[in-house]
Design a protein around this ligand. Sequence first.
Ligand code: AMP
Length: 397
Amino acid sequence: MKSIDLASCKGKKVLVRVDYNVPQNEKLEVTNKTRIIRTLDTINKIVQDGGITILMSHLGRPKGEANDHFSLKHIVSAVSEVLGKEIVFLGDVLSQDAEEKVAQLKPGEIGLLENLRFHKEEEKGDENFAKAIARLGDIYVNDAFGTAHREHASTATITKFFPGEAYAGYLLYSEVVSLRKMLDEKKSQFTAIIGGSKVSSKMNILFNLLNKVDNLIIAGGMSYTFLNAIGVNIGESLFEEEMIPVAKEIIKKAHLKGVDIYMPIDNICADRFAEDANIFVTTENHIPDGWVGMDIGPKTIQKFSHIINISSTILWNGPVGVFEFDQFGKGTQAISVAVSGSTLGGAFSLIGGGDTIAAVSKYGMSDFISYISTGGGAMLEYLEGISLPGIKALDEN
Ligand code: AMP
């Protein structure tokens, strides 16, 4: 794929697919502008080149019909505020009005189209709809990594109408380069830390990572299903019985591939799943009946930190304990510190997933991580080894 750096936007109308699927309150005001802020570099480049920026996105799930609640007109002021200049709301992509408004935009000006998902053809990846969108621009830029796993008209199909003129925006480019650097460049001591609540939701990632990593740290709620599978008593900890065969298969495959698996060797337990529960620290890997494993214990912290320290590449997805409750956040805090420390020592670290990003930020370590992926579902599918249609379309352009 080509970065927007290679595009010359002077005097050109540049259609930019962004991911402005932002959170809103009941008054439909934007409550978190991160997704808008992260597209600033791309938009600034177009403006500085003297191009016309036409932004397009989806918002929520309007299910293929116009619906005022999901209108992007509600986010115009937030986008204007972040960009530091007024933007023009262009209305529906298929309308004559949008065409006329685009024609009136001058170099350096910015417009925003209405929610693309007001048309069912968007999510179907419809070719005629993609062609209709394409009529509004001379150059296409995809900066919506968060929707790169969708084969939609504006994220994938559209590139065929811009032969040689379809580019990756800076955000999408940096996401892909970072993920590729981590997964595809073979380095020694690649460690993945996979935590969170369920084995079932991370199963495919675990299988795919076994082809890539040297060390696999399994922690958080999902580690108890693995521990149960190898005969450890897990008390009342989170447990997915139907995942036992999968857990055994992962352990077996790791052994065959020479991947070292690390799991908790001691635990912070609670007498119930609550913030103010009584706690008990196991000295070994045995959780008594009536107790719930909520966080990794001190010996585990030491062990995991050592592995992280000697790693040159680190991927982290999923907290290692119920960090939302302060007394069960020490493990996740310690892992945040270890990953940051290893990064300062020269390792490349990438973290992703809403909870992990929130945790690292809670412990003040965000600035010490090499790359924080905000891709959500797209990042998880990339880690599963699935080819993302939005990326493939740019690669093949
Ligand atoms: P996920 O969305 O699968 O990454 O899961 C994130 C959630 O896993 C967080 O809300 C954590 O509180 C939760 N979690 C981490 N460790 C545990 C645990 N030992 N028991 C239950 N939930 C956990």
